[in-house]
Design a protein around this ligand. Structure first.
Ligand SMILES: O=C(O)CCC(=O)C(=O)O
Ligand SMILES: [Fe+2]
Length: 200
């Protein structure tokens, strides 16, 4: 099911609150950010270990932060680089809109339909109790699927368009899982920026 039209949407679900802004950036600005970030970023391709087996993560990543505090998830520890001027501009726009402050940015590069991000929640301890996570999408539109852990009818999808902003709020990271699934379609790369606040 597609939950949203082209207007800004505020969605209150059981144990979650989402705000989706399809046209957060105009196309020209979004194109500029996509190209600049794609070129300027030193992408990492980390190994992940699942049930004792080690694989390459199915996407490239990069971490930026205000401090050198490392961020760990799925048996990966990442060490942040300093925010670049462009990333700072985007961070400030996201902070102004959301009325939140972020100190960490995880960037994902989905090179094609083979790249993905499996079912998970962003529930690391350092994110605090009910983290607000701000997610910017650039490039190819990909479906963001999310499902409640126990309410089996609560399963939704938003097609995250080029230049959009999605805010995940409330208890979402406790009660829901989200993913970007693989697709057999021939598609272009997508860059996703997730701004987070890490507590020391
Ligand atoms: O690519 C996306 O839209 C989601 C990324 C994500 O869930 C994450 O990095 O934790
Ligand atoms: Fe996530």
């Amino acid at each position: 099911m597609d939950l949203f039209s082209s207007e800004k949407q505020h969605l209150i679900l059981p144990n979650a609150e989402l705000i989706y802004v399809p046209d957060f950036f105009k196309i020209q600005e979004a194109n500029y950010y996509f190209n600049a970030i794609n070129k300027q970023t030193q992408w990492q391709h980390d190994d992940i270990t699942v049930f004792g087996k080690t694989y390459k993560q199915p996407r490239l990543t990069a971490l930026f932060g205000d401090t050198n505090q490392p961020y760990s998830y799925s048996n990966i520890t990442m060490y942040p680089k300093a925010f670049t001027p462009i990333l700072n501009v985007i961070k400030e726009k996201v902070e102004d809109f959301s009325n939140e402050k972020f100190n960490t940015l995880l960037i994902n590069l989905y090179r094609d339909g083979n790249d993905s991000n499996g079912w998970h929640a962003d529930n690391e301890k350092e994110l605090g109790i009910n983290p607000v996570i701000a997610s910017i999408s650039l490039g190819e539109e990909r479906p963001f699927q999310f499902k409640h852990r126990t309410l089996k009818t609560e399963k939704h999808k938003i097609n995250l368009k080029h230049g959009s902003l999605l805010l995940m709020k409330g208890e979402m990271q406790h009660f829901w899982l989200h993913q970007i699934a693989k697709t057999k379609r021939k598609i272009q790369p997508r860059i996703n920026l997730t701004f987070r606040k890490l507590f020391k």
